[in-house]
Ligand binder design. Structure first.
Ligand code: ADP
Length: 264
């Protein structure tokens, strides 16, 4: 049998739709992400980017379609099981371990303020992954070193800069060994001089083969670091392709052209 060198599909979003009341926030969104790909989602505010990531991370239900990671349905199933009762029936531990398939890093740093950098990373490892405290500490130290914060293991979030906190957030997400990392505007709340250090961490994880889907307004970074760019508009995928194609000035997609003009 002929073998193919194409990497396997890791994330398969198929015809996902979602409304908040009368507003169709996602309109039959389909997108596949191969293992090792870095896919960047761009688009105007309100186009559904965050909602899509939240559906993949099980933080939000969707109305129809399916989301699979490594072939396994991760989101709320459509139909009766989708009601809030179904959510309640899943134990918090189940939810946490399903979410751990996808690490998510948010715009706000979301670190627990009373825990040290290492403590923040250790929490999920002990509570969700069942690691001993000693094992969790050693994993936390490894990942803190990897994001350039080996010397900050015992610092509290308030003792760290925004860029450092976000690097801890990334370390916390990857320490759980997610199959895919979701990054939602992780540099938007940072002072401009701190953006570079966070993007450098993202880039090095990408180079190591981490599969990522990120929402960002950092167009130069998206152009350099992405395997593909998805342009969302009005809850749908309006364009998708390699950065050179999607970000081409001569695009015939009027919405995309208008969006890109803001960054020129
Ligand atoms: P983006 O990330 O592209 O800015 P969002 O996914 O945050 O877009 O939002 C898409 C649309 O969904 C917006 O119109 C927003 O107001 C709406 N929306 C998002 N979350 C909720 C919610 N919890 N309840 C009602 N409407 C929401």
């Amino acid at each position: 049998m002929a073998s193919s060198n194409k990497p396997p599909v890791l994330l398969d979003i198929a015809e996902v739709s979602k409304s908040f009341g009368a507003v169709n926030v996602l309109r039959s969104v389909s997108l596949t992400v191969d293992k090792g790909e870095v896919v960047t989602i761009i688009g105007p505010s309100g186009s559904g980017k965050t909602t899509l990531l939240r559906c993949v991370n099980f933080l939000e239900s969707y109305d129809s379609g399916s989301i699979r990671i490594d072939g396994k349905e991760v989101g709320f199933r459509p139909g009766p099981a989708r009601d809030s009762g179904a959510r309640q029936r899943r134990s918090e531990r189940d939810l946490a371990s399903m979410r751990a398939e996808t690490g998510m890093v948010f715009q706000g740093f979301n670190l627990f303020p009373h825990l040290t950098a290492a403590g923040n990373i250790m929490l999920g490892l002990t509570k969700v992954r069942g690691k001993s405290s000693a094992e969790a500490r050693s994993i936390a130290e490894h990942w803190l070193g990897r994001v350039g914060l080996g010397h900050k293991a015992d610092s509290l979030p308030a003792e760290l800069s925004g860029g450092q906190q976000q690097r801890v957030g990334i370390a916390r997400a990857v320490a759980m060994e997610p199959k895919i990392l979701l990054l939602d505007e992780i540099t938007s709340a940072l002072d401009p001089e701190l953006v570079g250090e966070v993007l450098a961490v993202v880039r090095s994880l990408a180079e190591d083969g981490m599969t990522m889907v990120m929402v960002t307004h950092e167009m130069a970074f998206a152009r350099d670091a992405s395997s593909r760019i998805v342009f969302m508009a009005d809850g749908g995928v309006s364009a998708v392709g390699p950065p050179k194609e999607v970000l081409a000035a001569e695009t015939t997609n009027e919405r995309l052209r208008a969006f890109l003009a803001r960054f020129r």
